[in-house]
Design a protein around this ligand. Structure first.
Ligand code: HEM
Length: 369
């Protein structure tokens, strides 16, 4: 069994549960009440439920992110991309700028906020980003994370719902969830839980995907010229670039906790009933047994076995936002390199975000022209 097969097994096999009640150490009272991740793994939501409850919670999100509805967002994504690129054109030639903050992050944030119907006016969009970053910050004090996840994030989302109700908003993911709430199909806590997962999952990861692809292309120069040559020949090279970026630098560092509901043999070990498991995607996706040629550490768009990556997870919790993330990244990369064909990285080591869940850079300093 390769590490990739072991990872896929843990992610997809029904003997692994997402429900914290199946975690023996938690049942025995061994997990301190102030452990920062407790508020995330113990909350009631998409990522902490199994079976029928999970299917009921997932349905409205999956509907909103269905490929046809996502495809209809393309003009909106293109417009946001062009607006951000136009703003970057004001950066003086030769000056350093942070591509993460100025482009990769605001793009998916704007898109997820449109999908959720977050008003453009006011600072709600920025607030949602600040709350996501605070919730995923593994360096923050436990009480700070608790306050973000248990109080500030739900309060901001409840205020958003009230504001949207008052405006008579319809036809967006937030209001789909509110309708399910009004019909008694979801509870208030479930609506908030779904919104939190969608906001966090919907922008940090995609921003990191865009940054990883840019860094892959700029640190492997032959790959950028090959993509350009294909584009000039009338082909679309960006899907291959995006898939390879997802493999080379998984935007998720670990797929969060699953608990074995019985003893499960995995590779040369046995995961015992009640044990918690994290799936380390960056390591799995650099495994030379799964990605032998070109060498797994190389960024090589078009590699034959790229579809074996697990960047969007596997099984019933597989990311419902995959189509949207891919579309955003393809549009972003094509337009970015069209607008700034001489884009270059500022030399030096990249600083990563301190997070168990997120594999991303704190910033991506570049020179645009
Ligand atoms: C490159 C971008 C993205 C990556 C790498 C990514 C990765 C993942 C992964 C690995 C999971 C599975 C978690 C698990 O099994 O425990 C997941 C779930 C999820 N993602 Fe994404 N995601 C991305 C973009 C998005 C976007 C754009 C959205 C929404 C607009 C989104 C919404 C969600 C939701 C709601 C779940 C929970 C699904 C469930 O539990 O059934 N993600 N994502």
């Amino acid at each position: 069994m390769t590490t990739r097969q072991a990872g896929a097994l843990v992610l997809g096999d029904p003997r692994f549960s997402k429900d914290i009640r199946n975690w023996a150490a938690h049942r025995r009272g061994e997990i301190p009440a102030d452990w920062p991740l407790l508020f995330i793994v113990a909350g009631k939501g998409l990522l902490t439920t199994d079976g029928e409850t999970h299917r009921r919670l997932r349905l409205p999100v999956q509907r909103a992110l269905a490929p046809r509805r996502v495809q209809a967002l393309a003009p909106r994504i293109e417009a946001v991309t062009d607006r951000l690129l136009a703003a970057l054109a004001d950066v003086p030639a030769g000056a350093e700028t942070d591509l993460h903050r100025g482009f990769a992050l605001p793009l998916p944030l704007e898109v997820i906020c449109s999908l959720l119907g977050v008003p453009e006016e006011g600072a709600v969009r920025e607030e949602l980003h600040e709350l996501s970053a605070a919730a995923m910050n593994s360096e923050a004090a436990p009480e700070e994370v608790r306050d973000t996840v248990a109080r500030r994030f739900p309060a901001a989302l409840m205020a958003l719902i009230e504001r949207k109700r008052a405006r008579g908003d319809r036809d967006d993911l937030t209001m789909d969830l509110v309708t399910a709430l009004d019909r008694g199909e979801l509870t208030e806590a479930e609506v908030i839980g779904n919104l939190v997962v969608t906001v966090i999952g919907g922008h940090e990861t995609t921003a990191n995907l865009i940054c990883h692809a840019v860094r892959g292309l700029l640190t492997h120069p032959g790959t950028l010229s090959a993509a350009r040559a294909r584009q000039e020949a009338g082909e679309d090279p960006w899907p291959d670039v995006v898939e390879e970026a997802l493999r080379w630098e998984s935007p998720s560092r670990h797929v969060m906790f699953r608990y074995a509901t019985q003893d499960v043999p995995v590779e040369d070990t046995v995961i015992r009933e009640g044990e918690a498991v994290l799936v380390p995607l960056p390591a799995i996706q650099r495994c030379p047994h799964t990605f032998p040629r070109p060498p797994a550490d190389e960024f090589a768009p078009g590699r034959p076995d790229v579809s074996r990556h697990l960047a969007f997870g596997a099984g019933p919790h597989r990311c419902p936002g995959a189509t949207l993330a891919r579309l955003e990244a393809r549009i972003a990369l094509r337009r970015l390199f069209d607008a700034f064909p001489r884009l270059a990285l500022v030399p030096g080591p990249v600083r990563r975000v301190p997070s168990l869940g997120i594999n991303g850079y704190r910033e991506l300093p570049v020179v645009l022209r």
